[in-house]
Design a protein around this ligand. Sequence first.
Ligand SMILES: [Zn+2]
Length: 230
Amino acid sequence: MFYEAKPTWVEEEWPEEGLNDFEDHGWDQPVLPAPATPGYTPRPQPDVITLGAVLLVVLMLVGFWRDRGRAQPAAALSIRPTPSPAITPTPLPLLDIYAVAAPYDDYWITQGPHGTSYGHYAVDLAAGQGTTIKSPINGVVMNHYTDIYGNTTLIIENDLYVVTMLHGEYTAPVGEIVYLGQPVGVESNIGYTTDMRGVSCRGRSCGYHTHLNIYDKRQQQNVNPLDLIK
Ligand SMILES: [Zn+2]
């Protein structure tokens, strides 16, 4: 009867904990790699840092390509304001401010120094109606107007002299730099001019001349033009 008995004891004792746990739970079994998929060969993975460096270089090259030929932004120019030859003003020629010449190549004196009684000092020079009037100095045209007597007036000035001429048809515009000898108008008789007898030439063909006055800034007074234009 003993051998025929059912081995129910095995089932009853088996649940005892701790007896053969290490064998049954496979703790010391080696971890095997997952079976490879048939036909699949894994590619070698590129290094992450190398990949980033390559990407950075590509982005820089694209940036250079896009920016080539573009004008520098204004901000960059303001950081380094290197003077550009294109905007450097051309220096004016060094003018001789001491030089003084007659307003004509050839002329005659129709009246010597006059006007001193009212603080003026001038001479009258004539070269013929329509003769070109030239700038007596290197200077700037400071004014061009008709005075209360109807005299056309042209004023040319530099650091030493102020030259005033009357009666001509002046064409040099105010503000223009004029050089000694440069045409500034033609001779006329506009304004208060007279003939040899002192009769007004207004409306008549006579009395053509240039009334020339020169003020010396160093002396702060009018000077005799004949002393300078010789
Ligand atoms: Zn005069």
